[in-house]
Ligand binder design. Structure first.
Ligand SMILES: [Zn+2]
Length: 119
């Protein structure tokens, strides 16, 4: 992977991290007073967004899948820092670039992933 490609992967991971984290913060605040937390959030960032809140938008609870994804994204960023990004955690071979582009947080190559998911 070229430095530019790595930089691009890092950028994608950081954007997902930012998005997932901001939803998590609202979700946690929302346990106390969800509406107020959402209102405060939008007010702080851009007051014009406050009017755009609908009932659906207020459902900020992260699903387990999203929490798992957040963990995977954080781990992928750590692997970039330690120069092990793109290596399969099981067989230590390079993960295919197309796979990383489609899923920047991938931690296993396709063959190890399919073995792990076998019943
Ligand atoms: Zn592997």
């Amino acid at each position: 992977m070229s430095p530019e490609q790595l930089q691009n992967q890092k950028f994608k991971l950081e954007s997902s991290l930012h998005e997932l984290r901001s939803r998590l913060v609202i979700s946690r605040g929302g346990e106390l007073d969800r509406v107020q937390a959402a209102y405060d959030h939008y007010n702080r960032s851009d007051s014009s967004h406050a009017q755009l809140i609908t009932d659906k938008d207020l459902d900020f609870q992260l699903s387990e899948i999203e929490i798992e994804k957040l963990n995977q994204v954080e781990l992928a960023l750590l692997r970039i820092q330690s120069n092990t990004y793109g290596l399969c955690l099981t067989c230590h071979k390079l993960i295919a670039l197309e796979r990383l582009i489609a899923m920047p947080e991938a931690r296993l190559c396709i063959s190890c992933e399919s073995i792990e998911h076998q019943p």
